[in-house]
Ligand binder design. Structure first.
Ligand code: AMP
Length: 296
């Protein structure tokens, strides 16, 4: 695996079919599942690691975002990465960007409403990665379901000939969706943090038993979160997977999403609900503690 810091270097080392996995680093099994999927379907796997300042609306969150390039390089290599693209902020943004990409409507609710400017930051950096790396395929997690809709819309509206793959959520053994931010959760609040996934799972059970009303599913999640004093809910919503439009009744593929603060850590999670099959996709669960906590 080669570590590079410019698009030219990444392009010169790429061969045949190229798969891209964009990340902000501090890798965990969720990221590794994307890298493994990319190495199954491509000749060259490029993993980017860039903590993108444009998508952070809180400087404390940006400053405290966990970083460890040596650890990430070893994990990415083992999972099948050929090229690790690690640009610095001056390379990606030599000046205040004059061209930014905003994806209207899809970006409006949920994360977009609670994190102003966040999705313009995401869409801009992903557009730069698409243009600079020129992959054939790119791999994103359903953990960030609205982001996936934003990226798909950006890719098709701007005409990038890139297949965007959405991959299942990987969860810790206790159900908490993996996130690099999980290392910042106070261990005393771990049970509170778990209420996001357990609430979603209860709602997923109700969906599988035939409940199609968003209001009922949202209430199930809200009741579970409401039982935890240290959880401050930002939103619980049901939205169409393809364009993140909020729906009252489930008549197409949707995700039931939640965002909440547990202590001072902001967490998001969702389950994917398909009325065609009647099945809920809760993602995959690790059988042992995550590598986030020091194992390998
Ligand atoms: P991040 O480093 O948080 O920007 O995430 C990079 C990519 O990994 C995004 O496409 C995320 O959706 C994906 N990802 C993050 N957490 C998970 C997870 N628990 N399961 C699957 N994919 C994930």
């Amino acid at each position: 695996m080669k570590i590079v810091s410019t698009f030219r270097q990444a392009r010169d080392l790429s061969q045949e079919r190229v798969g891209l996995v964009p990340t902000m680093g501090y890798l965990h099994e969720g990221h590794l599942s994307l890298i493994e999927a990319a190495s199954d379907g491509n000749d060259t796997v490029v993993v980017s690691i860039f903590v993108n300042p444009l998508q952070f609306n809180e400087t404390t969150d940006l400053d405290s975002y966990p970083r460890d390039i040596e650890r990430d390089a070893s994990l990415a290599h083992k999972a099948g990465a050929d090229i690790l693209f690690v640009p610095d902020a001056e390379y990606m943004y030599p000046a205040e960007p004059r061209v930014t990409v905003s994806v209207s409507e899809v970006s409006g609710g949920m994360e977009g409403a609670h994190r102003p400017g966040h999705f313009a930051g995401v869409a801009t950096v992903v557009a730069k990665l698409f243009a600079g790396i020129q992959p054939d395929s790119a791999y994103f997690g359903r953990k960030d379901a609205q982001q996936l809709a934003v990226v798909r819309t950006m890719g098709s509206d701007l005409g990038f000939p890139i297949n965007v793959h959405g991959m299942p959520i990987v969860r810790e053994f206790d159900g908490l969706a993996l996130s690099s931010r999980n290392v910042k959760i106070d261990p005393a609040l771990r049970t509170s943090a778990r209420s996001l996934s357990s609430g979603l799972s209860l709602a997923a059970d109700a969906f599988e038993a035939g409940e199609m009303a968003s209001g009922v599913l949202k209430r199930i999640v809200g009741d579970r979160l409401g039982a935890e004093q240290s959880v401050r809910v930002e939103y619980v919503e049901v939205a169409r997977s393809k364009d993140a439009a909020i729906v009252d009744t489930i008549d197409s593929e949707v995700f039931l999403a939640v965002a909440a603060r547990v202590g001072n850590v902001r967490l998001i999670d969702n389950v994917h609900l398909d009325p065609g099959t009647g099945a809920a996709d809760r993602g995959l669960r690790l059988k042992e503690p995550s590598i986030l906590y020091g194992g390998s």
